[in-house]
Design a protein. Structure first.
Length: 229
């Protein structure tokens, strides 16, 4: 039996429809295969559904595949959808959209990385915004970004603080003035985080756990970390 071009298109459309429906299957393995299929054979008609699913998908590895699938689609189609999504009331929608924008890496997304996102009360959103910001920041805007990120020093637990320190260090020496100011902050947690980040900037091979514990000792002894700055 010969399959005509029209029949092949119908078959592809049917498979795509099945994959889109499978994104809502109760089994995470089925959803993972569906996201893989939609990324393997990208189609602009998939973009809205992929973005929509990112906002509610409970499994990390499936969300990661959804992001991969979106990166396989034309930026002209994905960028407007993702920029709209970072303003969603749903925290996971904001976080995953920011994560996907960081993977796409298109500088046109920069205006969407607002101060509100960089200081979002939801830690996962803020962390995604930090990662996206340091990748997308235009030349000349690094110092202003560093100043905004420095306002988050001392925030959250070790994982969040490490994420912020990594983002700051990725900006390079432009963060030095903001860190220098933060070492005199009235909050000892902010001072310790600033000192630890200074050490990571000077020696990227320093482990964060070691750097933060050393910084806490400096603060406990009444130091600011400014010595030798």
């Amino acid at each position: 039996m010969t399959i005509t071009g029209h029949d092949a298109q119908d078959q592809q459309a049917h498979q795509a429809h099945q994959a889109l429906r499978a994104l809502e299957d109760d089994r995470s393995s089925v959803r993972l295969r569906a996201a893989l299929a939609l990324g393997t054979s990208p189609d602009p008609r998939f973009v809205g559904k992929l973005v929509e699913r990112c906002a509610v998908e409970p499994e990390f590895y499936v969300r990661d595949m959804l992001t991969w699938a979106l990166t396989r689609h034309p930026v002209a189609m994905t960028l407007p959808e993702l920029v709209r999504e970072v303003r969603s009331e749903r925290a996971q929608a904001r976080s995953q959209a920011l994560h996907t924008l960081s993977k796409i890496g298109d500088p046109r997304a920069w205006p969407a990385i607002t101060r509100a996102l960089l200081t979002d009360t939801e830690e996962e959103v803020a962390r995604s915004a930090w990662r996206a910001a340091v990748l997308l920041v235009p030349h000349g805007e690094e110092s202003a970004l560093a100043a905004t990120l420095a306002t988050q020093l001392g925030r959250g637990g070790r994982e969040t603080q490490l994420s912020l320190s990594r983002a700051l260090v990725a900006l390079g020496e432009v963060i030095a003035p903001a860190l220098h100011t933060a070492t005199a902050h009235r909050d000892p947690g902010v001072r310790a985080h600033a000192i630890a980040t200074q050490r990571l900037l000077r020696d990227p091979d320093t482990g964060f756990e070691f750097a933060i514990e050393e910084a806490k000792r400096v603060v406990a002894l009444g130091g600011s970390g400014r010595e030798g700055q």
